[in-house]
Design a protein around this ligand. Sequence first.
Ligand SMILES: CC(C)(COP(=O)(O)OP(=O)(O)OC[C@H]1O[C@@H](n2cnc3c(N)ncnc32)[C@H](O)[C@@H]1OP(=O)(O)O)[C@@H](O)C(=O)NCCC(=O)NCCS
Length: 386
Amino acid sequence: MINVSIVGAGQTKFGRHDNYDLRELFVMAAHEAIEEAGITPKDVEAAFIGNLSADQFNRQTHIAPLMADFAGMKGIPATKCEAACASSATALRAAILAIESGQHDVVMAAGVEKMTDLTTPGVIETLAMAADQIFEAQPGITFPGIFAILAVAHMAKYGTTKEQLAAVAVKNHANGVHNPLAQYQMEITLEKALSSRMVAWPLGLFDCSPITDGAAAVVLTKNKKARKFTDAPVKILASEQANDTMNLCDRTDLTSLYAARTAAYRAYKQARINPDYVDVAEVHDCFTIAEIIATEDLGFFKPGKGGAAVEEGVTQIDGEVAINTSGGLKAKGHPVGATGVAQIVELYHQLRNEAGKRQVKSPNVGLAHNVGGTGATCVIHICERW
Ligand SMILES: CC(C)(COP(=O)(O)OP(=O)(O)OC[C@H]1O[C@@H](n2cnc3c(N)ncnc32)[C@H](O)[C@@H]1OP(=O)(O)O)[C@@H](O)C(=O)NCCC(=O)NCCS
């Protein structure tokens, strides 16, 4: 059992930020979370900050003390966490463990990434560093290419269709319309998704998450102290992480992520629930196929049934299990190192019934599924309304 709650959350708008640099994005999100918790930066005792590659994107290393200093949190232990696109979920997990250990009472978990300082080829090359250099990146494969391989495998084994992939994009863009912080706040039709330019077959433009700048932060404390900060804390029931082989050629199955299944199994056990309890989930839809695989790995649907479920509307906001109410990585945007905590920010608002037009009806349990690389890392958090 975990005894940690979220008592404040903040997020910048996701998108292209030409007028703000990395530290300014971080400070905006961090200060919003701190203000929400009704504290000052000096009350934060430690910070864990997710970031994939400020060194490549912004020519800046050693970012944790830099971010903490500019946010007014000088002197505290500030630590960068890196696990590719799951970086800030590992930061959250480190923050939870820091409180559970008894070392700290008030801890910040955050994530920040500013990708648009590079051109698209530069971004793609940088992201490919999160794949196996020798067996994948150097031979020339990119992340759209890697996820295209998973899509082809899923199509071959289960008959998943391009229409089902497109249905993920249509749903997530529809949700993004109601998220003022989303990069894309526009609906798309199935036809538009299906006819978009090809990136890596079968994945077209609308099957891909975009290139994004942004930051997200949460303030955590012990359950015992949570109500001193807010009337509506959100309790963390489970925090689990698992790894898998880095490269696809060492895997026996390309239609499912072992790390996701493993972390999910442990998380449900830790939270003492099963998938039926989950009302709302933010899952890692870096590409549309990734959402379909995620909903199967998390046990919401049987293997091979995730495509049909999204097509039938089961994962819409008013469906059986609402998936990616924020717009997901597809429409909200995917500033890679910030994504894991941004998923938690969405669950925080959903579980407090303050998600506006994208609000799920009275949800009790929310789940976040954040994947690093092609599933070499997966981190799962389960939260509950309190
Ligand atoms: C798909 C991708 C290659 C497109 O990049 P690009 O070809 O350079 O596209 P541009 O930035 O020139 O944008 C061209 C247009 O497409 C839009 N666009 C770009 N990416 C988009 C996306 N993923 N979805 C929808 N629209 C997108 C832009 O807004 C722009 O629209 P406009 O002409 O109306 O202004 C790029 O977004 C990408 O690499 N995505 C994957 C990122 C990734 O791998 N993340 C890690 C996952 S593990």
